[in-house]
Design a protein around this ligand. Structure first.
Ligand SMILES: Cc1cc2nc3c(=O)[nH]c(=O)nc-3n(C[C@H](O)[C@H](O)[C@H](O)COP(=O)(O)O)c2cc1C
Length: 191
């Protein structure tokens, strides 16, 4: 089956936290991401890489602080809060994905976010080609302006969630996934 169709989202809990990704491999994946298409060559993607345990612990604590700050008391869920910290401990690499936008500039925000999404897909497909599992996660804590500020970035950045990378645990089964019949998503214009 093709690379595109066999890529699966692996939850961080299914990744082996003890098996680190070599820095050269991580750089290779990021370079593939960096070659995504971009209107006006603005290259709007920004990758903040957390690839050591201390860095991932700091991220875990930061996400919980942001969760507490942005979640109304009535909606707080201890399980969701715990998962925000557990996931960065499970995966050996977490990348905070951000798009840089230009308020009032020539390229609208949606194009910069679309280009950054292309970079994310490049990264996930490159990971898959190298036998590395990936998972894009978008909890409110990691897509909020508060997260942008926590990363010490200004308001011209949009947080687009977290990309988890790691080798699948030997015991982890490859997740299954489905898609609707293609003809439910394609309209052929014949005339
Ligand atoms: C922009 C984006 C955000 C996502 N956020 C989440 C998320 O927060 N939680 C989650 O379980 N999966 C998330 N996913 C992954 C999807 O759940 C996953 O792609 C879908 O289940 C299909 O599985 P597959 O990628 O293995 O085909 C996200 C995917 C994308 C593209």
């Amino acid at each position: 089956m093709s690379l595109f169709r066999s890529r699966r989202s692996f939850k961080p809990v299914a990744m082996d936290p003890a098996r680190e990704l070599p820095r050269e491999l991580l750089t290779e994946l990021l370079t593939d991401a960096h070659w995504a298409p971009t209107h006006g060559l603005t290259q709007p993607w920004r990758f903040q890489v957390f690839a050591t345990l201390p860095a991932r612990e700091r991220l875990a604590a930061g996400l919980q602080l942001i969760y507490d700050a942005i979640t109304p008391t009535a909606k707080r869920d201890p399980a969701k809060r715990a998962k925000l910290a557990a996931s960065p401990r499970s995966a050996p690499v977490v990348i905070a994905l951000l798009a840089h936008v230009q308020p009032g500039g020539k390229i609208p925000d949606w194009e910069e976010i679309a280009a950054t999404s292309c970079a994310a897909q490049n990264l996930m497909l490159s990971a898959h080609a190298h036998g590395v599992a990936s998972y894009w996660s978008s909890p409110p804590a990691a897509t909020s302006p508060e997260f942008v500020r926590w990363l010490v970035l200004d308001e011209t950045h949009r947080a687009m969630g977290l990309l988890y990378l790691g080798y699948a645990s030997p015991s982890a089964a490859v997740p299954t996934s489905t898609r609707l019949p293609l003809n439910e998503r394609v309209t052929w214009h014949e005339v």
